[in-house]
Design a protein around this ligand. Structure first.
Ligand SMILES: [Zn+2]
Ligand SMILES: [Zn+2]
Length: 133
């Protein structure tokens, strides 16, 4: 079972099935929440997702009414994002994966709000805001 964890290894999660829709989000909310140039996420099925260690140390924050971010309360590593409109999906913070060798980024979203100091350096599709359905 593939796994991911926070930096201090208090929290470990596992998931079943492939990570799909791997992408970078350059919106201001993701930049602030990650303290970085962008957030990098991939989707897995919620039915196969499980906190296998440290579930009681997972802290949550809702940046909007529908979004919930889960992070380690000990080290602050961002771990997952869930959306009220997509209860069947868990968005993993790609940097938390233990083995990301199978991950291929597909696109950039909210490229129009990318950080002034960051240049997107690849040739992947860039969507100004959300990718088309
Ligand atoms: Zn931690
Ligand atoms: Zn974003």
């Amino acid at each position: 079972m593939p796994t991911g964890r926070c930096h201090c290894e208090t929290v470990v999660y596992s998931f079943d099935g492939p990570v799909t829709d791997a992408s970078c989000c350059h919106c201001r909310t993701c930049r602030r929440l990650c303290g970085s140039a962008f957030g990098a996420y991939g989707s897995v099925l919620a039915s196969g997702f499980e906190w296998v260690r440290g579930a009681e140390r997972v802290a949550r924050y809702a940046p909007t009414a529908r979004l919930t971010k889960a992070f380690c309360s000990a080290c602050g590593s961002p771990l997952t994002t869930t959306h009220a409109r997509e209860p069947g999906v868990v968005f993993l913070s790609l940097g938390s994966l233990d083995d990301a060798s199978g991950i291929t980024l597909l696109y950039h979203q909210f490229a129009a709000s990318a950080a002034e100091w960051h240049r997107i350096g690849d040739s992947l599709p860039r969507h100004e805001d959300w990718p088309p359905e």
